[in-house]
Design a protein around this ligand. Structure first.
Ligand SMILES: [Zn+2]
Ligand SMILES: [Zn+2]
Length: 332
């Protein structure tokens, strides 16, 4: 039985301010609009995380908790770091780029900080899954000093985008056309189309698997986090963790203690609104073109598939132009 007296705390534990020069007022407007009770500012160590905290803290609305945090750049890739107060920004060895993960853990233990692997299966260059390999990462998680970001708003949103967007529907339409058209299906284009479709499906699958693997990894971890990884105000809150706690949480320290108790977690993922018990709908934040391009770059970097798809598509286009079948691409 759910205790009706319990309180639900909505938190976004991954956000940036200085990297893309987000307006701090808009940052707070957005956080309030999303109904967040807690937000962590986790600026990259390369972009002065202490300053980001200071700016936000100086104009912080009253009824929201700001967790001092940063996104470390360790030997295991990006790692989120949370503390009860701004003393975390004076830990010089911790904010060094390339700090060995073992050292980061030692410092975290001494200073009572929480560490959580950001996007464990995100970009190859900054994610633990790729930097350490599965076995070492699992070992690190099982030791229990590092948590896992079970949901990252950028990856989660791109996964939606790649599954259910115009961007994916356009090439699929082309493939359908080529494979079903009476004349075209007898030409070598059909096998090109099938090959490309296959590559694209694999890319989509990989994306979803990467998101699922982070959730799975979170099950092994002693504690998990979730956040939007917002680099602009309007993306704040698109990734959330919700806790159900016994008493009102009033400080960063209280929140971090509650976060460490996994049984408090009732949700990690995108921001869903519960219309009535059990009926959810998704928030409709739009993604910016820039973010979409970043996402495409990500997919291409991971699998090189999208690049080859785009290349093949333009080859296909060129071939058709030569044959003067102009209307073929008219629907694109
Ligand atoms: Zn990151
Ligand atoms: Zn980040």
């Amino acid at each position: 039985m759910i205790n009706p007296n319990k309180i639900i705390v909505k938190a976004d534990l991954h956000s940036h301010l200085l990297e893309k020069k987000t307006n701090p007022k808009k940052y707070w407007e957005s956080a309030l609009k999303q109904g967040l009770d807690v937000i962590a500012i986790t600026e990259h160590v390369e972009y002065n995380p202490g300053k980001a905290f200071e700016i936000l803290n100086s104009i912080k609305p009253e009824n929201i908790i700001l967790i001092p945090g940063m996104e470390l750049n360790t030997s295991a890739g990006h790692v989120l770091c949370f503390g009860a107060n701004e003393n975390i920004y004076s830990l010089k060895e911790l904010v060094e780029v390339g700090v060995p993960i073992e050292k980061a853990i030692e410092i975290a233990k001494q200073n009572n900080l929480l560490l959580s692997l950001s996007h464990p299966w995100g970009y190859a260059k900054d994610s633990a899954g790729y930097r350490l390999g599965r076995q070492k990462m699992n070992h690190l998680i099982e030791q229990g000093f590092v948590g896992v970001e079970a949901f990252n708003g950028i990856l989660g949103y791109l996964s939606y985008y790649i599954f259910d967007s115009g961007f994916i529907k356009v090439p699929i339409k082309v493939f359908d056309f080529v494979e079903k058209n009476k004349i075209l299906k007898r030409t070598p284009l059909k096998s090109v189309s099938l090959k490309m479709r296959n590559k694209m499906l694999k890319t989509r699958e990989k994306f979803v698997i990467n998101c699922a693997m982070a959730i799975e990894l979170g099950q092994k971890a002693r504690f998990v986090t979730a956040g939007s990884d917002a680099h602009s105000a309007d993306r704040i809150g698109v990734g959330q963790i919700r806790l159900r706690v016994g008493k009102k949480i009033e400080t960063a320290s209280e929140f971090l203690i509650a976060l460490k108790q996994k049984q408090n977690i009732i949700w990690t993922g995108p921001d869903l609104i519960e219309e009535k018990p059990g009926v959810y709908h998704k928030m409709k934040q739009t993604i910016k073109k820039k973010e979409l391009l970043q996402g495409l770059k990500y997919v291409a970097m991971q699998t090189k598939n999208v690049l080859s798809i785009t290349r093949n598509l333009s080859k296909l286009k060129a071939r058709f132009k030569k044959k003067k079948t102009k209307d073929f691409f008219a629907f694109l």
